[in-house]
Design a protein around this ligand. Structure first.
Ligand SMILES: *Cc1c(COP(=O)(O)O)cnc(C)c1O
Length: 269
């Protein structure tokens, strides 16, 4: 049990108009930053999706973001997924939004990604609400997910998480292992390899941050053009957060994961 979950009711569905307005403004500000960064990089408008990173936020805060236009939400912890999924699904339904649409067009539905570490004993908590697991970083986790999905005759979308910065506290596989691991995941039943994910280096030097993002893009290009079984849909690059989203977009990000710039500082880690 994570300590802050005892302080805050994550299933709460009521917030003030003022708080909802802050969140709406945050979403719109980030959408503008994305549009500017797309233009600066010479990329088409709309080529970068915005995922709201919703750890420590309750159902009402997340619905305010959805009402402001968010269609992708990213949770870190299986316990939080369990606490919020029912309320989110019901509230989306009440608004006529499809929850976790498999083949819906953009804007028709809300999709939940898991962006935090997944222990294999928590797989059952996330398997129904989560559409995409962005944080697959080992062969053993991939095998467990694969077996579970295959036994249900279903599949889950996965990204391979790569620790581009090599910082020890971070999850993600080593960059030099990534390509081989991607080929193994891509060939597994019950998994669809959709892309790669990384967390930018925690440093001030922009060149170092950009180099990590650029390397992830090169890896994606190599994997997608490899001709290995199951790699042809490996197109997404999930990179860029509040502090480094413009750099990530300049290096080809297709999905930025933003928490603080939408919701404000987190009261709990
Ligand atoms: C919290 C988190 C984010 C968002 O971070 P902010 O700096 O608040 O935008 C993105 N990705 C992951 C994996 C996270 O844990």
């Amino acid at each position: 049990m994570v300590a802050y979950m005892e302080h805050k009711d994550l299933a709460n569905e009521v917030i003030s108009r003022e708080r909802a307005g802050q969140i709406r403004d945050g979403v719109h500000r980030v959408q503008e930053q994305i549009a500017l960064a797309e233009a600066a990089a010479g990329r088409p408008k709309g080529s970068v999706q915005l995922l709201a990173a919703t750890k420590t936020r309750d159902v009402a805060e997340i619905m305010a973001a959805i009402d402001a236009g968010i269609r992708f939400i990213g949770e870190n912890r299986p316990q939080e997924v369990s606490a919020k999924a029912e309320g989110l699904e019901r509230q989306c339904f009440e608004r006529g939004l499809v929850w976790n649409p498999l083949d819906a067009e953009d804007g028709e539905g809300v999709t939940m990604h898991l962006i935090g570490q997944l222990q294999s004993n928590k797989i059952s908590k996330i398997i129904d609400p989560v559409d995409t697991v962005e944080s697959v970083d080992s062969l053993s986790l991939a095998q467990k997910l694969s077996r579970r999905m295959d036994a249900r005759d279903q599949y889950v979308n996965v990204y391979l998480e790569v620790n581009e910065s090599g910082e020890e506290a971070k999850s993600g596989c080593l960059p030099q292992e990534a390509e081989e691991l991607a080929y193994q995941l891509a060939a597994m039943p019950g998994l669809k390899l959709r892309g790669l994910m990384t967390v930018g280096a925690h440093v001030d030097d922009e060149r170092v941050i950009r180099a990590g993002f650029a390397h992830l893009r090169q890896l994606r290009d190599a994997i997608r053009s490899s001709g290995e079984p199951g790699t042809d849909q490996c197109s997404e690059l999930s990179m860029g957060m509040t502090g480094d989203l413009a750099l990530a977009i300049a290096e080809g990000s297709t999905l930025v994961r933003v928490g603080t710039a939408i919701f404000g500082e987190r009261a709990f880690i």
